[in-house]
Design a protein around this ligand. Structure first.
Ligand code: ATP
Length: 959
């Protein structure tokens, strides 16, 4: 037995059930509990217990988490408790990162070239699209990709067996199998493994060479309901020596079935490990009683589910709200008005940071973003573009991939003409096809050499050399004249990140696995492959919540991405039939669980809402979601009275101090309505009424609140603008709103700025028209010769036709200049990203739990647990042509239509603030760059893109 840990703080405050789970002597422990019951905390404490009390060596413990971020947080917490740096030895990470480590160390045993690279999402997509084109397959490449991924995720069969021909195949199946075979062939010849292969090949390794994990004493898995078939296999294979497994999960939060999660992994575990000790945690530490009870009323509608009890430790709180609004616009405006009311009535005890708007489908954010923009409220998108997904960064990463692995055809194809070398896309495509048919890498074909030798210079020097030999700064100036400084600053930040990565490796040591007698381990001496692997596997790092600057922001997130998180105030809009449950979903139970997950993220205030009409013009009505219609009476029909008593209760749940009444009421603006009475409770009552054209106020009887928008920024301005906006808000580009990519992002602030510019343009147009009447036909306005900083922006069309640039001093000149027009013209057409907006859910229903000698409290049979995947993003159904120009140079003359490479986040509301001060003047602030202090390089890499501050006197308006 080991000595007690020097610092046992991690055990402090655990309740009895949590302690039981932490200290259980059983080999297999299943901790099954509802949301907010401290599952993650319990698992963390058990790791410390196993090390400090049971005496396992940290390097003999495997801990698998759902996300990179969760792994990082868990490591930190364990580190604090152990107190001596031993946490770095634990084999802790996502299944994918752990699998990669094993393959790097022992992959050669199964014939893997140790210099293997990781094919990311865009690589896989491009390869499959090319295969379908080359072989003239009729199958949809996106479908083929999803099909292949699903096959691999099943985990029980090796690809070669899966693709074996069987009689009675449909032509489509034949094509899918051909595609699969060709895809694998291509990956193999490029020495690439895709995300699924990492798991599949690792399982193969551990099956054939169990000695690799002969040291492993215990395996712990967080978010077990997320695991898919291959992850289950891996878990067992890691634990094959001692069969000690601890899992934590909540079947009610299984929401990733559509991403290949295997229903039944829990009962599989209980059947295979019969002595499993089941521990349930029954106290909910997160939500108020009202919130918890209503959430349970939703999930309990699923009569097949495994029943478990969950009791709140907090007070009753306020009744959750179910609000009906006339239209999605009104719904968004109401949300914003409630956010304001909560913040004002709490004396800013609650800030924008405490508010989350959780949406079922990506496109639903459109109205919300627009309203937030109009109200000047900053927000963060969970799932936004990450730093290393920026075009300029991706180009450098592709260069590094080619340096490391010259046979990586796809990476090479993307950089062949970046910077421009006069190689057109047709040539590149030809080279790729030739390489695929001949089996010779593009690199060999064009260079006729074996590839670069391993370079002894350091990572940073490689990148610096690369930048200088490519004259990359000049390339950015040429290709991206409108924002090359910002892009170059990103590149410099990337160099700094690489430097920090190297330093961290030196300081904390590498992640090599423990030595095992009798098996030689390949040592990863090169920093470059490890750097590249870290970049590739950081795809699930969340954005937003670890922003470096301190500006409070509302969070907009899909429900899927909100898993495991919590906020004091949660809004769930669009709770109507067709949205949730989604019209294209074929698993109603998973849809219900989604709503349950959304509701249980709330600590103190929970608002559900839906628009009774799909749009202001629509005639048919939305039906309330069946998940809430039967319990609608349990909700309040409008926002709670936020008096001192209520706010004090909220303060108690949050453990905060409520400011004095003087402070709260002293800060209320004149005429501020302290009640939720701006919008009618019965929206049908105001059918036919119009906005007043001034702001966001109905002309209805309850419209008491003064306008909340700036001049010209109201509803009327939005709807009546004489100008078709030529960009898309985030969710108008829903296809890009995934965990992995979000190019072409336009923020609410930019949207707002553009609206003002549009109004200014309209006003200018009207003036021009008036002036024209007073002018001779050929006579120009004198304003055409004057460029002052105080004039409203001329209409973009007028500018373009006159070949002018916008007045430099105008605050919105960036928005209305040809550069901006050109830029927004490059925005991709909205295509729904099926990951979030149109995915199909599996037809499977939750099976009944197997009889394993356990029964639930009420004597009823237990139920099986659906599980889901912690994989990096699954293939989406978007196809991007040949994939050549996607991440790199996007505007070659001879190439396909330009892909979006706009510095998406440079217009992101989390990074830009535009405060309108009137039509002709505003403050437009470029965002701050990624802070370099107090953050480790890997953390930075996992972070979303953080645009950089560029002050351009005379161009960017007043600062
Ligand atoms: N024994 C405890 N005493 C007080 N607070 C606790 C206790 N256990 C957990 N908590 C708190 O409850 C909250 C939820 O904990 P945690 O995130 O671990 O729950 P979870 O079960 O993993 O939730 P979910 O399933 O929704 O992700 C956290 O704020 C945590 O600090």
């Amino acid at each position: 037995m080991a000595q007690p840990a020097p610092n046992n703080s991690i055990f402090d405050g655990l309740n009895e059930s949590q302690r039981r789970a932490v200290t259980s002597a059983a080999d297999t422990v299943a901790i099954l509990a509802g949301p907010g019951s401290g599952k993650t905390q319990t698992l963390t404490a058990r790791v410390v217990w196993l090390i400090d009390h049971v005496g396992y060596h940290p390097q003999d413990i495997v801990v698998a988490t759902f996300t990179v971020k969760a792994a990082r947080e868990m490591k930190e917490r364990i580190g604090k408790s152990l107190g001596d740096g031993r946490e770095t030895k634990i084999i802790l990470g996502t299944f994918h990162s752990i699998a990669r480590r094993y393959l790097a160390a022992y992959g050669r045993l199964i014939g893997l070239n140790e210099k293997f690279g990781i094919a990311d999402d865009s690589d896989s997509r491009a390869i499959i699209v090319r295969i379908c084109k080359r072989l003239q397959l009729q199958v949809d490449p996106a479908h083929a990709r999803a099909w292949i991924s699903k096959k691999k995720a099943k985990g029980t069969e090796m690809p070669s067996r899966v693709v074996k021909k069987e009689p009675k195949k449909t032509p489509q199946l034949e094509e899918l199998e051909t595609c699969y075979r060709e895809y694998q062939k291509h990956l193999e010849s490029s020495n690439l493994l895709d995300y699924d292969d990492l798991l599949v090949r690792c399982a193969e390794l551990l099956r054939k060479f169990p000695a690799c994990v002969s040291n492993i004493q215990a395996v712990l898995v967080d978010e077990y309901q997320d695991t898919n078939g291959i992850q289950y296999d891996l878990m067992k294979l890691f634990a094959q020596q001692h069969r000690r497994i601890t899992i934590v999960g909540d079947p009610d939060q299984s929401i990733y079935g559509w991403r290949s999660a295997e229903i039944g992994n829990l009962w599989k575990l209980l059947r295979e490990f019969r002595a499993t000790e089941e521990v349930s945690l029954e106290q909910n530490y997160r939500s108020s009683e009202f919130i918890l009870n209503l959430s349970l009323q939703v999930i309990e509608q699923d009569t097949k589910r495994y029943k478990k009890s969950l009791k709140p430790v907090h007070n009753k709180g306020t009744r959750p709200v179910l609000r009906r609004l006339i239209s999605p616009d009104a719904e968004a405006d109401w949300i914003i008005s409630e956010i304001r009311r909560i913040i004002m009535m709490s004396g800013s005890m609650i800030t924008h940071n405490d508010v989350a708007i959780l949406i079922r489908s990506a496109y639903l954010s459109r109205h919300i973003e627009s309203s937030l923009g109009k109200a000047g409220i900053s927000y963060r998108m969970v799932g936004g573009l990450k730093f290393y997904e920026r075009a300029e960064i991706k180009t450098i990463i592709d260069y590094l991939r080619v340096i490391h692995q010259p046979e990586n055809n796809d990476a090479l194809a993307r950089i062949l003409n970046v910077p421009r070398r006069g190689v057109g896309d047709i040539t590149i495509r030809g080279l790729l096809e030739e390489a695929e048919t001949s089996g010779m890498s593009v690199w060999r074909r064009i260079s006729q050499v074996d590839g670069p030798n391993d370079t002894p210079i350091g990572l940073v020097q490689i990148i610096e050399q690369l930048l200088s030999s490519l004259d990359f700064q000049r390339h950015l100036q040429t290709v991206h004249p409108e924002d090359h400084e910002q892009r170059w600053a990103n590149v410099q930040e990337f160099v700094a990140l690489a430097g920090d990565f190297v330093k961290e490796l030196e300081l904390k040591g590498d992640e090599s696995l423990p030595e095992i007698e009798g098996i030689e381990q390949a040592k990863e001496v090169d920093v470059l492959p490890r750097f590249l692997a870290n970049v590739a596997l950081a795809t699930d790092a969340q954005t937003g919540d670890d922003d470096q600057d301190s500006k409070p922001r509302v969070t907009i997130s899909t429900i899927h991405a909100a898993k495991g998180l919590e906020w004091p105030v949660v809004f769930v809009p669009a709770v109507y039939d067709g949205s949730i449950p989604h019209s294209r979903s074929d698993d109603i139970d998973e849809e219900r669980r989604l709503l349950y997950v959304a509701m249980t993220r709330a600590q103190s205030l929970l608002y559900l809402s839906y628009p009774v009409r799909p749009s202001s013009e629509a005639n048919q009505n939305n039906e309330m979601s069946p998940f809430v219609s039967s319990i609608s009476r349990s909700f309040a029909e409008k926002g709670p009275c936020l008096d001192r008593h209520v706010m004090k209760e909220i303060a108690k749940v949050l453990g905060r101090e409520l400011p004095s009444d003087e402070k709260i009421f002293g800060a209320l603006p004149p005429g501020f309505s302290t009640e939720d009475n701006l919008f009618p409770v019965d929206p049908e009552h105001v059918r036919g009424l119009q906005w007043d054209g001034q702001g966001d106020v109905f002309n209805g009887p309850r419209a008491k609140r003064p306008r909340i928008h700036g001049p010209g920024m109201g509803k009327a301005a939005e709807e009546e603008r004489p100008w078709q906006k030529d960009y898309l808000t985030t969710m108008e580009q829903a296809s890009k709103f995934t965990i992995s990519n979000l190019p072409g992002f336009i923020s609410a602030s930019a949207h707002q700025a553009a609206l003002v510019a549009a109004n200014a343009a309209a006003e200018a147009k009207r003036k021009e028209e008036r002036a024209q009447k007073l002018r001779l036909p050929q006579q120009k306005s004198i304003m055409a010769f004057v460029k002052t900083g105080s004039e409203p922006a001329p209409p973009p069309a007028a500018l373009a036709s006159a070949g002018q640039t916008a007045p430099a001093g105008n605050a919105f000149s960036k928005k209305s200049s040809p550069g901006f027009q050109q830029l927004v013209a490059k925005q991709p057409q909205p295509v729904i990203q099926p990951d979030l907006a149109s995915h199909k859910l599996g037809p499977k229903k939750m099976p009944t739990r197997p009889t394993v000698g356990h029964s639930t409290n009420d004597g009823s049979k237990g139920k099986a647990y659906p599980c889901f995947s912690s994989s990096p993003p699954r293939p989406d159904s978007e196809q991007n042509g040949n994939g050549i120009s996607e991440a790199a140079d996007d505007d070659e003359d001879d190439g396909p239509p330009p892909q979006p490479t706009r510095a998406a986040a440079c217009l992101h509301a989390t990074t830009c603030t535009t405060v309108p001060k009137g039509l002709g003047s505003s403050v437009f602030r470029r965002p701050a760059g990624l802070g370099r202090d107090s953050i480790t390089p890997i953390e930075k890499l996992k972070k979303p893109f953080k645009p950089l501050t560029i002050n351009k006197p005379g161009r960017g308006g007043k600062m």
